[in-house]
Design a binder for this molecule. Structure first.
Ligand code: IYR
Length: 326
């Protein structure tokens, strides 16, 4: 695959395309990052951006994973000590998932966000950004809970991280786009260069196909799930035999094949008894989706296969988590 296609595959949006093309022309040694508020257990939301980091690693870029401990603290996720503990568990699960330990730099936010220069730059951003602007940037990240001053400081710090970690590309889910736009608008006023951004899609809720899959509500799949729990969740997923269900609905089973399975496996085999036509094999998402639409692939077989492949993807992280917890 061409480097630009690899860097941008499955991206919902790049800002700007021209800047990302420039990066793709010479990716060696360029630095890309995702920041995560530490959490003890990785779920599919984390893994979607991790898949993009694996693509970028394959394209020759250096990867930085920010364990955003100060951000989690500002977002009310617990005491500093609790957050630190979960950050260590998170790092171990990312490595088990496939982020090469020797090619990935894991950085704690608190390692640089408490320095004098950073703090003074933060205060400068506080002076130039309206509360309204900061609140809007934060709305999708903290939901309705954006009433505290900490929630206004949060997106300003995230904007600065991109400069302080010396990055060439900021990656995040679409829910991070407003923070990234704030970065692009505000950083030049501090004399820093705005960086390109890449946003991954938001996957629909597994059981309804509506809205977004979320770890706080509804069903998500995580490193904590046993094979049986995972099968149960996938089997109860919404999976009409079409890519485009009516209205605002999505087909989450197809989305998971597209964003989680095909990027990590060259071939996907659907095992079927001979009397139902025997095994099917797919090398691309497109052919699998087309077969689901034509009726060649039954939704129940698609779900069974999805569960098998997702299980394989989370198995190393699940094992790691069990070791950590003892
Ligand atoms: N806002 C992210 C966490 C985060 C991301 C980056 I990129 C940072 O520089 C800092 C924090 C989240 O919603 O998890």
């Amino acid at each position: 695959m061409d480097t630009y296609d690899l860097i941008t595959r499955n991206a919902a949006e790049v800002v700007t395309d021209e800047e990302v093309r420039e990066l793709a022309a010479d990716p060696a040694g360029k630095r890309a990052y995702v920041g995560y508020e530490p959490s003890g257990v990785l779920h599919l939301g984390h893994l979607l951006t991790a898949n993009k980091l694996i693509d970028l690693q394959e394209a020759g870029m250096e990867i930085v994973v920010l364990l955003a401990d100060v951000h989690a603290y500002l977002n009310g996720k617990g005491t500093f000590e609790e957050i630190r503990d979960t950050a260590e568990q998170m790092q171990a699960q990312f490595v088990a998932y496939g982020l090469e330990a020797d090619q990935t730099e894991f950085v704690y936010g608190s390692a640089f966000q408490l320095e004098d220069d950073y703090t003074l730059d933060l205060h400068e951003l506080e002076l130039s950004t309206t509360m309204n602007r900061a609140q809007r940037a934060m709305a999708e990240i903290a939901g309705d809970e954006t009433a505290k001053v900490s929630h206004l400081v949060y997106p300003l710090m995230q904007s600065l991280d991109i400069e302080y970690l010396d990055l060439d590309l900021a990656v995040g889910g679409l829910d991070q786009r407003k923070v990234h736009m704030l970065h692009r608008e505000e950083l030049p006023d501090l004399g820093y260069e705005a960086r390109p951004c890449l946003h991954t899609p938001i996957v629909a809720d597994l059981t309804s196909g509506e809205g977004k899959m979320s770890s706080s509500e509804g069903v998500t799949i995580s490193m904590e799930d046993s094979t049986e729990q995972l099968e149960e969740k996938v089997n109860s997923a919404f999976c009409p035999p079409t890519r485009e269900p009516e209205g605002d609905l999505e087909n989450p089973v197809l989305e998971l094949f597209e964003y989680h399975v095909f990027p990590r496996f060259d071939e996907v085999v659907v095992e079927r008894p001979e009397k139902y036509g025997g095994d099917l094999s797919y090398e691309s998402y497109e052919t699998l989706a087309a077969d689901l639409e034509s009726g060649e692939l039954h939704p129940a077989d698609a779900k069974g296969t999805l569960a098998t492949y997702l299980d394989e993807l989370i198995a190393p992280g699940r094992k790691k988590l069990r070791e950590i917890r003892g």
